[in-house]
Design a protein around this ligand. Structure first.
Ligand code: PTJ
Length: 257
């Protein structure tokens, strides 16, 4: 994880230095139009769940990450949906993950506003992204069963994808993607959200911790035989895994009594 060296107002020895650092990254991102103001609220909700997870990556999350990488590596046309928070918090890591797995990056926003697409494109390019989908509004198409801006997708990206990774998503779009026959992988600190409950694979972890781990998993999994990778994907049990994340939270809370 990054440290707080870019923000002199956060003392190095502050017990919550890292958490404060990421808040500043998001506020900075908002000033640059990368992050929408509601993105700060979404992050706060995430922080609360992360707190009762013990701010750690659980075994359940590690298993879900492996299954997710296996699903992406086995896919014909995997796509990563990038929103403002993802671009601000982990721009380099998400580009690395795309390069490592071959999953395409598509910018897809809930809150569209002048300048946001360009700002997100710029930070991704600054971090090494080459091909980015979702930039040409003229050729965009619409997903059925959805009224939010997130229905507007790229015909070469999410629209034709067989697997979509949605780090930080709203439940409506997750459902619409599932209804259109796609396999959906979510990263969501809230195991109770509609996105977490409806997706085929949910990684209950902070995307700041889990995307770098997924880059490493992809690197080693690519050396495995296709059959083994398919086995990892097929052996994953979403319901059991979500339950394990909830149990972890319950046990963490009980340990505080
Ligand atoms: O950039 P835009 O315009 O596409 O807007 C993006 C936001 C985040 C505003 C939009 O997607 C939104 O409103 O999301 P929600 O419905 O608030 O859902 C966010 C979910 O992500 C919540 O369940 C949070 O617990 C979770 N979350 C927040 N931060 C993280 C997270 N999960 C993993 N890692 C995080 N860092």
């Amino acid at each position: 994880m990054s440290n707080n060296k870019n923000n002199p107002t956060i003392p190095e020895d502050h017990p919550r230095a890292q958490s404060l650092h990421y808040r500043h990254v998001l506020v900075d991102g908002m000033e640059k139009k990368i992050v929408t103001p509601s993105g700060l609220c979404a992050h706060g909700r995430g922080e609360a769940y992360d707190y009762i997870l013990g701010e750690t990556t659980t075994d359940a999350a590690e298993n879900a990450m492996e299954a997710a990488v296996a699903m992406i590596l086995s896919a014909k046309h995997p796509v990563i949906s990038v929103n403002g928070n993802v671009a601000a918090l982990i721009p380099k890591e998400i580009v690395d993950f795309s390069n490592e797995t071959g999953a395409l990056l598509e910018i897809n926003l809930f809150y569209q506003a002048p300048g946001r697409l360009n700002a997100i494109e710029q930070i991704l390019r600054d971090n090494g992204a080459d091909k980015i989908l979702g930039l040409n509004e003229k050729v965009s198409v619409k997903l059925n069963n959805l009224s939010s801006n997130r229905r507007i997708v790229d015909p070469d990206g999410i629209f034709s994808a067989d697997v979509v990774l949605i780090p930080l998503e709203d439940g409506d779009r997750a459902e619409a993607l599932i209804e259109s026959g796609k396999k959906v992988i979510a990263i969501d600190l809230n195991p109770l959200s509609r996105t977490a409950q409806k997706s085929h694979i949910t990684i209950v972890d902070n995307l700041i911790r889990c995307i770098p781990k997924m880059v490493n998993i992809a690197r080693s999994m690519k050396k495995m035989k296709a059959e083994k990778i398919k086995g990892i994907k097929n052996n994953f049990n979403q319901k059991k895994n979500l339950d394990q994340s909830l149990i972890h939270m319950i046990q963490y809370l009980q340990s505080k009594i």
